[in-house]
Write a protein that binds this ligand. Structure first.
Ligand SMILES: [Zn+2]
Length: 140
């Protein structure tokens, strides 16, 4: 097993580094992000070290995310938020900064100014079919 002794989220999961823990189970820990995008911004992490969504077993992922409905409701009730973004970044190009799988739960209200760029585009003629074929082939 690889050494993850320098991983800050492994240290938080084990309690070596203190955190404002919201919830925990045998598989996962949820705690307040120390650099929140909004009050109540919570990180949900597996106790075991996985780099990102590519290396977590599906059954473990299901157990980690099983708290999501309760967590989202709690964050909305506790903060007065009217929405929550659930965000997971896989890879540095997607904004991943800590390479221990984690999910952001970010409480939102209308007009909070917390913007995500969503520069939606469109496929040139025929390109969607090419992309679809490539992705479905890779799903096997
Ligand atoms: Zn880790």
């Amino acid at each position: 097993m690889a050494d993850h002794s320098d991983c800050i989220f492994c240290k938080i999961a084990s309690g070596k580094i203190p955190s404002a823990r919201v919830w925990s189970s045998d598989d996962a820990v949820a705690f307040l992000d120390v650099s929140p995008l909004a009050e109540g911004h919570t990180l949900l992490i597996p106790r075991r070290h996985f780099t990102d969504l590519r290396d977590v077993p599906a059954d473990v992922l299901a157990r980690i995310l099983s708290v999501a409905p309760k967590l989202v409701g709690a964050l909305m009730n506790a903060t007065g938020a009217t929405g929550v973004n659930v965000l997971q970044n896989t890879g540095a190009s997607a904004g991943q900064a800590v390479f221990h799988l984690h999910f952001h739960f970010i409480p939102r209200v209308e007009g909070d100014g917390l913007g995500f760029r969503w520069n939606a585009g469109s496929y040139p003629s025929g390109r969607a079919d090419e992309v679809l074929a490539a992705v479905t082939a890779a799903m096997v």
